[in-house]
Design a protein around this ligand. Structure first.
Ligand code: SF4
Length: 426
């Protein structure tokens, strides 16, 4: 069969279709880069916001329009929570619920899931728009917290960890596929190992990856600011661990955090960042923030904005609160008018943009290591490349040859509206 894979939303969804890609190939099928060429389309849907849910439906309709003969199978958070609506979409024949999604390929091919327990084949990027230079590796799924705005914990269920040896095998398969950087993903990574034998928490897993693989670069995806293992930041003594941590704040107001049912106080969040910055100089701290959470008063918003300013984030995903079905926040009083909520988002983005520029300017004339993720041939003057430094600066450069998917030492030259320009020095 010719299979087209697509996903919306988080890195975890990306890591899951990357695993499907390897499994379909192990079973003798091929991957194609557009729905038009496919016999089967698999879409990993999302519902973290109402827009993500709408984007999921749009992708399905587009696939069906491009190839009405191709069978469409849905999985992921939107289709798991709205199975009836999902099956009503044109071309959709099956919905694989999130609780079964790890066995999606085995279910669709009617084979035993353990067939894939063999050594995974060397990773090859998924063809098409989901092609990624970096490999996304699933380490954990689900969450035991009940943040009142969050639909992910409802859609993905309780926290569960992937067997550490399986993670090592997938990273080795990625390295065999010439991957330079892997991103460890999960819903609530810091709860890794809780359901295992007690000898594997997130710190021990990262140590194991760095000891047992030749992976040049490891990056961590989102880490909730609680359950951070003891002495966690000593891990960064290994320069293969990217100097970036993404720690969702959601709000800098203590009373809003309580209404969100998030077990963290702003003062402890600030202490965590202080420790990280002490132990890992120049570390990039990025975050998620929700503006206009139900009941957010002007005073709470001011408290939130001042806290965000004080934290000097290197970047942030800023969301305007999106009411999600089945979440407790939906039933909270005093929802903020959307016009006010959007204005608050704009002000937060403006504040983050300042600290983001300051963080990047701090590296002018300094050396960093970049992984080139895109390369475009220019006429006679070489190649235009763009990539990511270990501390998550998106940079551009003009080079003499195609340096796609290679690591090189660069010097940061300028930081401006057009982006960050760098020169390759080795
Ligand atoms: S920690 Fe909160 S926001 Fe994060 S996945 Fe769990 S419930 Fe959702």
């Amino acid at each position: 069969m010719k299979i087209y894979l697509d996903s919306i939303g988080c890195r975890l969804n990306q890591s899951e279709i990357e695993r499907y890609s390897t499994q379909f190939k192990m079973a003798g099928h091929s991957l194609v880069s557009t729905p038009s060429e496919s016999d089967l389309v698999v879409v990993n849907t999302c519902t973290v916001t109402s827009k993500a849910a709408a984007d999921s439906r749009t992708k399905v309709r587009q696939s069906n329009r491009l190839n009405p003969n191709s069978r469409i199978v849905l999985t992921g958070c939107w289709s798991s929570l709205e199975e009836r609506n999902a099956l009503d979409l044109p071309g959709v024949t099956d919905v694989i619920h999130n609780k079964d999604k790890d066995d999606l390929v085995a279910i669709l091919l009617g084979i035993a899931p353990h067939e894939f327990d063999k050594e995974p084949v060397a990773r090859q990027p998924i063809p098409g728009i989901r092609m990624r230079t970096r490999a996304f590796i699933k380490a954990q799924d689900g969450c035991d917290n009940q943040c009142t705005f969050c639909i992910t914990t409802i859609a993905r269920g309780s926290s569960r960890s992937v067997n550490p040896q399986r993670i090592i095998d997938e990273i080795n398969a990625a390295v065999a596929g010439d991957v330079q950087e892997a991103v460890l993903t999960g819903v609530q990574l810091t709860s890794y190992g809780k359901d295992l034998d007690g000898r594997n928490n997130l710190k021990q897993l990262i140590q194991r990856i760095l000891q047992q693989t030749n992976l040049p670069r490891l990056r961590l995806s989102s880490l909730e600011p609680w359950n951070i293992p003891k002495n966690f930041f000593s891990l960064w003594e290994d320069s293969r661990l990217c100097r970036q941590i993404h720690i969702p704040l959601q709000s800098g107001s203590a009373s809003v955090l309580r209404r969100m049912a998030r077990p963290i106080e702003p003062v402890n969040f600030a202490k965590l960042l202080e420790t990280a910055r002490e132990r890992v100089p120049d570390i990039s701290v990025t975050t998620d923030i929700i503006a206009g959470f139900p009941g957010e008063t002007e005073a709470e918003f001011t408290e939130n904005l001042e806290f965000i300013q004080a934290m000097r984030f290197a970047d942030a995903h800023v969301f305007t609160y999106s009411p999600r079905p089945q979440t407790a926040a939906l039933r909270l009083p005093d929802h903020v008018p959307s016009k006010v909520a959007r204005e608050r988002s704009r002000m937060i983005r403006e504040t983050v943009a300042k600290s983001k520029t300051e963080y990047a300017q701090h590296f002018i004339d300094k050396e960093l290591v970049a992984l080139w993720e895109t390369a475009k041939k220019l006429d006679k003057s070489g190649w235009e490349v763009s990539g990511l430094t270990d501390n998550y600066l998106r940079i551009n450069s003009i080079v003499a040859r195609n340096m796609l998917n290679t690591l090189s030492t660069v010097r940061i030259i300028t930081v401006g509206k057009g982006g960050i320009q760098a020169s390759v020095i080795a």
